[in-house]
Design a protein around this ligand. Structure first.
Ligand code: SER
Length: 315
C-alpha cells in the first residue's frame, strides 16, 4: 500500500510520515508540502515533492508514478491564520481538498482528511458535544472544516471514494511546532516552562478546550484508515478527544514537575473569540465503538513526557 501525505512538513505531517515509513518502508510513503524547504527535504528518508495541493496535474502525476492508493491530506491553514486571510483559507482548505478528492476518485485512492473541534460553533452544546449535532461555525477555518466534512461524505456516497476523518482537538507535540492555531498555546507553554519557567498565555485562564497528545493523534489517523469499513456508521468525521483542560489547569500540572513555573495572561481577542466559539469538551463514543479509539495519554502523562523530551533535547 503506497501512501501520499500532503502538508508533510507541518505539525501532524512530520510525525505521521515518520510512523508510516516505519510501518510501510521509506520508499512507499511519499511526502509532499507546499514549502520546498531544501534543508527539510534533505532530511527526508524517502520521496519528497514540493506540491501545491491545488495543482491537480502534479498531484495526479505523483499518485500515478508512485502507484499511491491512500492519501493523508493534511495541507491546510489553521484557525488564526485563516481568520487573518479568509479568502486564502477557503482557497487552500476547500479547493485543495476538491483537487485531492478528484484525483482520489480517478485513481481509486482512499483519503484521510482531518476535521476539527472548530467544525462546531456557538450554537452546539458546549460540554460533551455529541457526534451528530448542529454545526454552525462562525470562523472561516470552521466553515472550511464543516464544508470539508460534507464534501468528503458526498464523494463517498456519490462516487464510492473511501473517505474517512476525525475531528481533531488541539494537538500537543514535541517535534514540529504548530503554525497559526488557537490551541498553539498548549504546546508553547511546555517549551517556555523548560526554557524560562514562565509563560504568557494568549487565552484566558479558564478557557476549556479538548486536546490530544501526538502519539494518540497519529494512532487515530492510522487506525481509522485501517478500520473494517463494515463497522463504520460514520466517516467524516469522528469526534475524538483525550482530555479537556484550561491554561490554569495545564499550568498546575506543569508545576508538579517545575515548581517555580509561573503563568500570566495577555489575551489575544481574535484567538479568544475562536476558542469561545468552540466546544469545551467532545463526546467521542462513536470513535470508540466503531474503530476502537482509546487514547493512552491524559494531561499528567503528557505533561511528564513533554517536559522530559524537551529538557533532554535542550530546547
Ligand atoms: N488546533 C487547531 C487550531 O487551533 C484547531 O483545529 O487552529
Amino acid at each position: 500500500m503506497n501512501v501520499l501525505v500532503t502538508g508533510s512538513l507541518g505539525q501532524v505531517g512530520s510525525e505521521l510520515v515518520l510512523e508510516l515509513r516505519r510501518r510501510h518502508g521509506n520508499g512507499n510513503v511519499v511526502a509532499s508540502d507546499i514549502r520546498s524547504d531544501a534543508a527539510a527535504a534533505a532530511k527526508e528518508e524517502g520521496p519528497f515533492y514540493a506540491l501545491d495541493c491545488r495543482d491537480g496535474r502534479q498531484l495526479a502525476r505523483i499518485v500515478r508514478s508512485h502507484n499511491v492508493k491512500r492519501i493523508y491530506h493534511l495541507a491546510a491553514l489553521l484557525s488564526a491564520v485563516a481568520e487573518a486571510r479568509p479568502q486564502d483559507a477557503w482557497d487552500i482548505n476547500i479547493n485543495g481538498l476538491c483537487t485531492v478528492l478528484e484525483v482520489a476518485r480517478e485513481h481509486d485512492c482512499s483519503v484521510f482528511t482531518p476535521s476539527s473541534i472548530a467544525a462546531f460553533g456557538p450554537t452546539a452544546p458546549k460540554d460533551y458535544t455529541p457526534q451528530n449535532t448542529i454545526q454552525q461555525p462562525t470562523s472561516m477555518y470552521g466553515v472550511t472544516k464543516v464544508s470539508g466534512e460534507l464534501l468528503c461524505n458526498y464523494y463517498h456516497k456519490k462516487y464510492g471514494v473511501d473517505t474517512r476523518g476525525v475531528r481533531y482537538p488541539g494537538i500537543i507535540s514535541n517535534l514540529t511546532l504548530p503554525g497559526g492555531g488557537t490551541t498553539d498555546y498548549a504546546v508553547e507553554i511546555y517549551y517556555e516552562a523548560v526554557r524560562r519557567k514562565r509563560y504568557t498565555c494568549f487565552l484566558k485562564a479558564d478557557t476549556y478546550l479538548d486536546m490530544v497528545y501526538m502519539p494518540d493523534a497519529i494512532k487515530a489517523a492510522i487506525d481509522i484508515m485501517e478500520a473494517d469499513p463494515v463497522r463504520l456508521r460514520h466517516r467524516n468525521a469522528f469526534n475524538i478527544t483525550s482530555m479537556s483542560f484550561s491554561p490554569e489547569d495545564q499550568a498546575a500540572y506543569i508545576r508538579k514537575y517545575v515548581p517555580e513555573f509561573e503563568i500570566s495572561y495577555n489575551v489575544d481577542p481574535v484567538r479568544q473569540a475562536l476558542a469561545n466559539s468552540w466546544p469545551n469538551s467532545l463526546e467521542d463514543y462513536a470513535a470508540r465503538v466503531e474503530w476502537g479509539w482509546n487514547p493512552q495519554y491524559d494531561l499528567d502523562a503528557m505533561t511528564a513526557d513533554m517536559l522530559k523530551v524537551l529538557s533532554e533535547r535542550g530546547v
